[in-house]
Design a protein around this ligand. Sequence first.
Ligand code: AP5
Length: 214
Amino acid sequence: MSLRMVLLGPPGAGKGTQAERLAQHLGLPRIVTGEILRTAVKNKTSLGVEAQRYMDRGELVPDQLVVSLIQEQLGQLNGQHGFILDGFPRNTEQAQALEEFAQIDLVLLLDLPREEVVRRLSARRTCERCGRIYNLVYQPPQRAGICDACGGQLYQRSDDKPDVVARRYDIQYNQEAKPLVESYRKRSVLVTIDGDGAIEEVFERILRVLRSHK
Ligand code: AP5
């Protein structure tokens, strides 16, 4: 399938959760900026050391670091025509840079109220080995603290503390991403999906959009 897709939305809206399902369903690779940055932080690479300062404060990592990272990742797709971008672009500058090396067919905006964002993120756990996402309330693992898929340990992201979540929502989403959302809306590539509801329900809403997009 050839579909070049971007997932947008506030922190905790379910972008990662839905991107994993979509990638499997459509047979497309996904590029998850947050996951790449967290791996760089864990491995203490020069990118990771630089990025951590911003991530810990709930701020965007500087555009030039992220843009070259995405360009490199897309360059490695070798003949694959479609992809799912989760976490990029996040502002109009990144979107302009992206246009220089890739066209986008569809942008899905997963919408979720702030109160639900805070509720979901306080209970999120992530596998340190494979990156699978869980939720202690809505999507718990079968064995406490252990990933169902690979047996890795689950951990709580350091940027899921309430004050950092608030900054991510208010600064990254409400200030930086809003003009981006409006620019994609004007170009008629944006579809808003209600992110409130069970995971399968939201996935079905996305599939409905994809069916009508063909
Ligand atoms: P990133 O990792 O991309 O964070 P984010 O955009 O804030 O999104 P999240 O990963 O927090 O949430 P999500 O929407 O993927 O939700 P999830 O599926 O996990 O970025 C982290 C940091 O990296 C940024 O703050 C920034 O510093 C930096 N960065 C990244 N990209 C950058 C860029 N392009 N430029 C500059 N800096 C960048 O779901 C959340 C929880 O809810 C989970 O527990 C899940 O199980 C649960 N859940 C999901 N769906 C449902 C549902 N329908 N019902 C109930 N629970 C659900």
